[in-house]
Write a protein that binds this ligand. Structure first.
Ligand SMILES: [Zn+2]
Length: 391
């Protein structure tokens, strides 16, 4: 579904160039007993003239269907097994794109919500898991497809336009006083990650249109946050952290790739908000000082979940290529709360290249030839991802 991917990307660009939130309405309703989910509030926000977001706050995870109708233009969302709610009864749901919201009950159990539009729009929907600030949410993003044929470029888009190269930040895990995992023959993870990183940088730098930066150049200790800061300073488009796994059993083998999990992300989002100066430059230069923390967290949350989605796609492209040069431990991208992956605006993955605790893989990890193969596989995955992304 390329169009969805594109819509998401546009959405991310929009949110980073966020203007003003003009309409926000909050309605709460007590969650009633029973196994049907309740819609507890509906929030409508307009981030710029051709983008409107509707957020449904829900008492639990739900399933939904979404489709569009024309004459007049409208978006229809069926919320499965959700009861009708007073949250929908409100007049202030109007934006440049949205005329109003209606609802009705279908099949005695589903809630059908109709968003009446002022013109054609491309909708996208996704569920967000609960975090410290909010519960289950269904988000509908709508982009006008005819209101504004030449959208105003945001700072970030302009910056990206000026920048000719795709910048990849390569993060060799561990270093200095932190050796990382150690193999049975004494191979240290920190040396392997640096060796692979340098080869990856070489492969990337040899390719026109790409540039690579390392978060550490030698055997030094660098705290995780500094690694992300360094990548951001170079305006990196992607962040690739390199590691080698270890396990009790010497038989366990294969590469795995991680992206950030939403749970890991949400507490970090809360932390970013605590540091408002940092947070403001993360979401495209808008100041959060005059917005309340709830809005700020919704914005960061949305931008982060789009980034995680991007990271998952990047990770799966890289996994495919790693599978051609060695065994895979997990053939799906895993998700965890790694601190080094928590930049809300930069797709980031962590690659466990192999198990240093497996004697056969330890030997391969030490081989310069094999390190080069790993580097080339990672870069092939990156190129595949960037090609799909720009398509
Ligand atoms: Zn490691």
């Amino acid at each position: 579904m390329e169009s969805l991917t594109l819509a998401r990307r546009l959405f991310l660009k929009k949110i980073t160039g966020l203007g003003a939130l003009v309409t926000m309405s909050f309605t709460t309703q007590k969650v009633l007993a029973g196994n049907r989910a309740a819609l507890t509030s509906v929030r409508v926000a307009q981030s710029n003239e051709d983008h409107t977001r509707v957020v449904f706050d829900l008492s639990g995870a739900i399933e939904h269907d979404l489709f569009t109708l024309t004459g007049p233009n409208r978006v229809v969302i069926d919320l499965k097994n959700v009861r009708k709610s007073a949250a929908l009864i409100s007049d202030d749901h109007e934006t440049n794109l949205l005329n109003g919201i209606r609802s009705s009950i279908r099949n005695n159990k589903d809630l059908r919500v109709v968003l009446d539009l002022k013109g054609k729009a491309r909708p996208r929907s996704f569920m967000l898991q609960p975090n410290d600030q909010a519960g289950h949410r269904l988000v509908i993003d709508m982009h006008a497809t005819q209101l504004s044929p030449t959208p105003v470029k945001t700072n970030q888009q302009q910056r990206q336009k000026k920048k000719k190269e795709i910048v990849i930040a390569i993060d060799p895990g561990h270093g200095g006083r932190d050796p990382g995992a150690v193999g049975r023959k004494g191979t240290r993870e920190k040396d392997i990650t640096l060796a692979v990183a340098k080869k990856l940088k070489k492969v990337i730098s040899a390719t026109p249109g790409f540039k690579a930066v390392l978060t550490r150049e030698g055997d030094q200790f660098v705290v995780l946050r500094k690694r992300v800061e360094k990548a951001r300073k170079h305006q990196a488009d992607l962040f690739i952290s390199l590691h080698a796994d270890a396990f009790k059993s010497p038989r366990v083998e294969g590469a795995s790739v991680y992206a950030l999990s939403l749970n890991g992300a949400s507490s970090e989002a809360a932390r970013w908000i605590a540091e408002k100066e940092n947070a403001s430059d993360l979401i495209g230069g808008i100041s959060l000082d005059d917005k309340d923390d709830l809005i700020a967290s919704v914005l960061l949350d949305l931008s982060q979940s789009a980034t995680i989605q991007d990271s998952l796609e990047l990770g799966s492209d890289v996994l495919k290529h790693l599978g051609k040069v060695g065994k895979l431990n997990k053939d799906q991208v895993q998700q965890a709360g790694f601190a080094v992956l928590k930049a809300p605006d930069m797709p980031s993955i962590l690659i466990e290249t192999a198990f240093i605790s497996n004697p056969k893989e330890e030997r391969r990890l030490k081989s310069s030839k094999h390190q080069h193969k790993i580097a080339k596989a990672i870069f092939s995955g990156i190129k595949t991802h960037m090609k799909n992304r720009l398509a």
